[in-house]
Ligand binder design. Structure first.
Ligand code: ASP
Length: 324
């Protein structure tokens, strides 16, 4: 009987409503008491944290990564499910995927409605995630995010609705599998770039996201560098454009050895070096990297992991992004 390791971290799926707002409270074992599980699966539980994901720091990340390593070191474990808050699930699942080369799946899930909501969505999401983690179709697919009957590869997945139970999508990529009426339906098999050599103990270096907005100057960019950022991600306009002032700051940062990755503040579509005058073509000429369709948050994780684990972060990012 396959063993699935459930790593519970908190989030809305584990939260109850209280007088001062919602708080994560339930353990992994409590989550399972509400959840229909496949008969032929044994679930072992570890409580990693019981907090909201918007409050995560590098400490929680390190603890989760250690638990994942421990689970994967156990040959009895056929797959892992991580229950997690939805607010940062797209970045945490992506970071985990960057270092995950094992064939066994890691499936993230959560909920938009609390555990004590009469129409809670957590139990069905957890049930789907466990079934998926135990299913052969999930092997070799890396890290998946399973929500509302759809499972997305971590790369490209985004929270697309603040409250709807269909809270996630992978714009332009779509789901990798469906979980419907007790069946797992494979849809696409996205390529898996080779895992980066990050370990649970690799420190995540400071990489800041700089938003572009009408009239943006270099104040935030300069502040990030002054705070010690080793890489910067632009949440750029449109297909990857900045402005003449930011362009000069990028040119200087790259010359000083700080990698700059261009992503878009638009939630769908790739960036491309198209425009001069502070646009993407100018940024490319100044030495910036382009993050294809990664969100700024996922781009930040890729750049940080590359800086943490390889001597030439720019080359690592470019090679990783070259795998479609
Ligand atoms: N809204 C969040 C959730 O859905 C809170 C969090 O990220 O923990 O879980």
């Amino acid at each position: 009987m396959p063993e699935i390791r459930l790593l519970a971290t908190g989030g809305t799926i584990a939260s109850r409503a209280g007088a001062n707002g919602r708080y994560a409270a339930a353990t992994g074992a409590e989550l399972l008491t509400n959840t229909a599980l496949p008969d032929d699966v044994r679930v072992s539980v570890r409580d990693v944290a019981t907090i909201a994901s918007f409050a995560w720091r590098s400490e929680e990340l390190r603890t989760l990564r250690r638990h994942i390593d421990q689970a994967l070191a156990d040959p009895e474990v056929a797959g892992i499910v991580v229950t997690h808050g939805t607010d940062t699930m797209e970045e945490v699942s992506f970071l985990i995927s960057l270092g995950h080369g094992d064939p066994r799946p890691i499936v993230f899930t959560g909920a938009q409605r609390t555990l004590d909501d009469p129409a809670a969505d957590g139990p069905a999401n957890l049930s789907d995630a466990v079934a998926l983690a135990a299913h052969p179709a999930a092997r070799e697919r890396g890290v998946l995010l399973c929500f509302d009957g759809h499972a997305y590869a971590a790369r490209g997945v985004r929270k697309v609705d603040t409250l709807s139970t269909h809270g996630f999508d992978a714009p332009g990529r779509g789901p990798a599998l469906r979980v419907a009426a007790g069946r797992i339906i494979p849809l696409t098999a996205p390529a898996r770039p080779p895992a980066l050599p990050i370990t649970a103990d690799s420190a995540i270096p400071r990489v800041d996201v700089i938003p572009l907005y009408l009239g943006a100057d270099t104040t935030l960019f300069d502040a990030a560098l002054a705070a010690g950022a080793r890489g910067l991600v632009l949440a750029a306009f449109g297909a990857g454009n900045a402005n003449p002032e930011i362009l000069e700051a990028v040119r200087q940062a790259v010359a000083d050895g700080v990698a700059v990755l261009v992503c878009s503040r638009v939630h769908s579509g790739p960036v491309a070096p198209l425009y001069g005058g502070g646009g993407g073509a100018s940024l490319a000429e100044a030495g910036a990297l382009f993050g294809v369709d990664l969100s700024p948050w996922q781009g930040r994780m890729l750049l940080a992991a590359a800086i943490a684990s390889t001597p030439d972060a720019a080359k690592t990012v470019a090679d990783w992004l070259a795998v479609p």
